[in-house]
Design a protein around this ligand. Structure first.
Ligand code: MG
Length: 404
């Protein structure tokens, strides 16, 4: 057991959930639970002095203060406690609630759909890191100073996750993902530093971006020299699109490394796209005219999907992994996946499915004729060295053993 739980708060108006959780946490983690049946009760418990909660399980639909309101209000008290959303609502609602909580900087671990899968819950809880109970300001300040140092010392590194064509099993590309190689804490994932950078401002985001792209362009150059025909996807935070010099910077980097803009796909997250301004539109259209491909990331999680697709010259549509994960058991998720694919095909966009984890999901995606897949079923994100080894050892036979 990796984690030692002190107190777990379960917020749900369903007494059965309390009974299940009580038995589960006692037997698996030797830990009793605290129970609240409304968000208001839960806020009182969280606010009690000296309470050191290890984990909160939070239902969404409750009388009085519901889960969505609770997750907004808890940030005033303590936003560091890990939270798992448990809900019987539709995937769409759960995904929205999760994204709202993330934008409040709540420490959301994941969402679980009811009925609770206790094996999955055990796996997730076992991997939770103990929360730190410094006050928010202190934690953020530390992160800010540390992050500035990390940028200066180039501790941000690019990891690569392959994108594979499901029919032929060929690698079509890689997505570059930022990781922070922290000198004492080890590898830190972007959900722990990108929100901090976004709050601290453009300089931090740009610092991270510069760290990452200088590695990505050098790595892309090494792959190009080996004549590997892979496209490299780079995530661009929407805030970076406010920088009118970005297209020329990207072009200059491309030229320095003897590459071509068509070697790159720039992924823009859809849910953050809403308030796009004239400057952001200018940056995107110039990047597109230079030859960089544009991808709409996390498709389905935002609010104005079709509008965005009509407004911007995207080349690729990435369906968000939460819909792929649930498509086999949930009609609504499946409807979103399938309508996104048919929309993309009508608009002649390449389709990418993220988060493929199982053979069943792989078969389903194959049946839809999706162009590229990405996920743990293929491979997790890897450092450049490990990715290079992986690619040379397994580049063609990947998936053959599991092929349908
Ligand atoms: Mg992405």
């Amino acid at each position: 057991m990796a984690v030692e739980l002190k107190e777990v708060l379960v917020i749900d108006d369903d007494p059965l959930i309390h009974a299940i959780c009580e038995a589960f946490f006692r037997s698996k983690f030797h830990c009793p639970i605290l129970s609240a049946t409304t968000g208001a009760e839960a806020l009182e418990i969280v606010g009690e002095q000296q309470r050191k909660l290890s984990l909160i399980l939070c239902d969404l639909k409750m009388p009085d203060v519901d889960g969505v309101q609770f997750l907004r209000q808890i940030k005033e008290i303590d936003s560091k406690i890990p939270v798992i959303i448990i809900s019987g609502e539709s995937d769409r609602i759960i995904a929205l609630a999760e994204s709202i909580a993330v934008s409040h900087e709540i420490n959301i671990i994941c969402s679980l759909k009811k009925p609770l899968d206790l094996k999955k819950l055990e796996l997730i809880v076992s991997n939770i890191e103990a929360p730190t109970h410094k006050n928010t300001e202190e934690t953020e300040l530390t992160s800010g100073i540390e992050l500035a140092e990390a940028i200066r010392k180039k501790q941000l590194v690019a990891y690569y996750q392959p994108k594979v064509e499901p029919q032929t099993h060929r690698i079509r590309g890689v997505e570059a993902l930022a990781r922070w190689q922290h000198p004492t804490e080890g590898l830190i994932y972007p959900n722990r530093f990108i929100p901090v950078a976004e709050r601290l401002g453009f300089e931090f985001l740009d610092g991270i971006h510069q760290n990452i792209i200088s590695q990505v362009f050098a790595d892309a150059q090494s792959w190009r020299k080996l004549r590997l025909p892979i496209k490299i996807s780079i995530n661009l935070s929407v805030d970076l699109l406010n920088d009118l010099t970005l297209p020329d910077q990207m072009m200059r980097m491309t030229e320095i490394h003897e590459l071509h803009p068509t070697d790159f796909v720039l992924e823009i997250t859809e849910s953050k796209f809403l308030e796009s301004k004239a400057d952001q539109k200018e940056v995107l259209i110039r990047l597109k005219m230079m030859g960089f491909e544009l991808s709409i990331d996390d498709f389905g999680t935002g609010y104005s999907n079709i509008d965005l697709l009509m407004t911007y010259p995207f080349d690729e549509l990435k369906i968000d992994q939460c819909f792929i994960r649930n498509a086999l058991d949930d009609d609504e998720a499946r409807a979103i996946v399938e309508s996104s694919v048919s929309l993309a095909k009508r608009l002649k966009l390449r389709t990418v499915a993220e988060g493929i984890e199982t053979q069943e999901q792989f078969k389903y995606i194959m049946s839809l004729g999706i162009d590229e897949i990405q996920g743990y079923f293929i491979e997790r994100p890897m450092s450049k060295d490990i990715f290079d080894k992986w690619m040379f050892e397994r580049k063609t036979e990947i998936l053959e053993k599991d092929a349908v």
